[in-house]
Design a binder for this molecule. Structure first.
Ligand SMILES: Nc1ncnc2c1ncn2[C@@H]1O[C@H](COP(=O)(O)OP(=O)(O)OP(=O)(O)O)[C@@H](O)[C@H]1O
Length: 489
């Protein structure tokens, strides 16, 4: 669709763009990224013809863009730039109708029925119809942006050039506008070239992107260009961390501020208090901990400072466990959005608490255990008998700083230790009569203060992994023994 070859250009005495090559296919959504002053607007203006080219060439559908007449070009290319060149006394509808100019025929250039159809349609999709008769100067910055997009779409272009199209828009309208553009791209094969400042938005919408740095492309590629943290750090001079979007298979960037969160030195034991009664165990920390868990709420990787294990009746109807835990937390003034919540039918007074310092690392482990629903995970799945009291809920708190990988490692260490405890006590899966590996509803939480130097591993080859293993093993053994004692009596 558009091909840029060895482009050099800028202003009278300064060259800003230096040897840019780029080819954008028809129907692509291409994002131009780069920090302030990298030359994005200059490149944009060279493409739109607002600035003269010093060297190189821009081809549109294989022909030099300079060989197109203004009208011919307007039939193919629409531009939404930062500079607004419209009379503020026009109404919204009048401005949008200007977009039809390249398609109007005859000397009088009257708007045809088709023109009106297109105007109506673009007003509807950009959601500006209700202020069609309002003067342009009377509407907000965000509304102006949508009107100018409607004008550009009214042109029915093959290529749409956008300079920060979401500049004035709130999140709702940013996503609305980009969804609309994406829809046009997918349904009509519209080619989009957009300067975008928000890298996370670019990741969600662009097929390919270029990273402009000092007037040249540092990288051109697919969305995974945004996974190159070192390159982004070099260009933007900000500490970036690439994570994955939870539901869309695209990277999302998290920026770390330079100012470090000042933290007073603390003594691990002073950080928390444990409340236990017949209804719940509530461990409250003074500061949020980095956690990984399969709690009913607060699951996954989070920063939270309340950790709860609620008691439920043996015949608890678990059709809405999330809502139930939220409700119980609300009743007890525990903020559920800062909490991990588990549940168990085990008597909470049988909880086992172990606090220790192993190899200089302070740890706290709390376990409640029942093994009525013990399962050997390696046996064939089959319909199980009615649920009994039997869940092993494990909370592990460690005064250390774990990478995400170490969090997963530590989770494995705790699980291996639990399995060993079941083996030691010869707890069997009643269906298969083989040694159980857990129960059907076990919950595990691993929470870190993130204090000190970061640890990359926490498996059985490390002191901290061994420490987790020993403490979980001891606590699980004790908790199961208490349960067995209670069942016997
Ligand atoms: N009219 C001008 N005359 C001379 N130099 C200019 C002119 N406009 C911009 N520049 C210079 O060109 C360089 C690139 O500017 P440009 O506006 O293209 O950057 P940008 O990447 O679009 O930045 P931003 O993200 O801040 O919009 C800057 O160093 C700027 O000072």
């Amino acid at each position: 669709m558009i091909k840029i070859e060895d482009l050099v250009g800028g202003y009278a005495n300064t060259t800003i763009i230096n040897g840019v090559h780029l080819e954008i296919e028809q129907g692509e959504f291409f994002a131009l990224l780069g920090p302030n002053g990298s030359g994005k607007t200059t490149l944009f203006k060279l493409i739109t013809g607002q600035l003269p080219i010093k060297k190189g060439e821009i081809l549109l559908s294989g022909k030099p863009i300079s060989s197109f007449s203004k009208l011919e070009k307007a039939k193919k290319v629409a531009v939404l730039s930062q500079e607004v060149h419209v009379s503020f006394d026009f109404t919204v509808e009048e401005i949008i109708s200007l977009g039809r100019y390249p398609h109007q025929k005859g000397v009088l250039k009257q708007l045809s029925k088709k023109d009106w159809q297109v105007i109506k349609e673009v007003m509807e999709i950009t959601k500006v119809s209700h202020y069609r008769k309002t003067q342009f100067r009377m509407i907000s910055g965000g509304e102006k942006q949508r009107v100018l997009l409607a004008k550009a779409l009214a042109q029915e272009p093959e290529l749409l050039l956008l300079d920060e199209p979401t500049n004035h828009l709130d999140i709702k309208h940013t996503f609305q506008m980009l969804d609309l553009l994406k829809e046009r791209q997918q349904s009509m094969g519209l080619t989009i070239f957009a300067i975008l400042h928000d890298l996370n938005v670019a990741s969600l919408y662009a097929d390919r992107m270029a990273l402009l740095h000092n007037g040249a492309f540092l990288d051109v590629g697919g969305v995974n260009t945004l996974r190159k943290e070192g390159q982004l750090k070099k260009v933007y001079e900000v500490e970036v961390n690439t994570q994955s979007h939870p539901t869309v298979p695209k990277p999302q960037l998290l920026m770390t501020p330079n100012h470090s969160l000042h933290e007073e030195p603390f003594y691990f034991k002073d950080l928390y208090k444990i409340e236990q009664n017949d209804q719940y165990i509530h461990v409250q920390f003074d500061k949020p901990l980095r956690t990984i868990s399969n709690g009913v709420i607060g699951e996954g990787i989070q920063w939270v400072n309340h950790f709860c294990n609620f008691h439920v009746k043996k015949n608890y109807n678990c059709s809405h466990p999330k809502q139930d835990i939220r409700m119980w937390m609300e009743i007890h003034d525990i903020p559920y959005e800062q909490a991990v919540g588990m549940m168990t039918a085990v008597k909470l007074k049988d909880m086992v608490v172990i606090e220790k310092v192993i190899e200089g690392i302070a740890m706290l482990v709390i376990v409640t255990a029942g093994v009525g629903n013990a399962v050997d995970i390696t046996t064939e799945a089959k319909k199980r008998r009615k649920t009994q009291v039997g869940t092993i809920n494990t909370m592990v708190f460690v005064d250390a700083n774990f990478s995400d990988g170490a969090l997963v490692n530590g989770y494995m260490s705790a699980t291996e230790a639990k399995v060993k405890a079941l083996q030691e006590l010869q707890i069997k899966d009643p269906d298969s009569n083989t040694i159980a590996t857990g129960t059907s509803t076990d919950a595990l939480l691993l929470a870190l203060t993130q204090n000190g130097k970061q640890t990359p591993y926490a498996g059985s080859g490390t002191d901290v992994g061994k420490g987790i293993g020993q403490m979980v093993y001891d606590a699980t053994l004790k908790a199961i023994r208490k349960y067995l004692e209670r069942v016997k009596n």
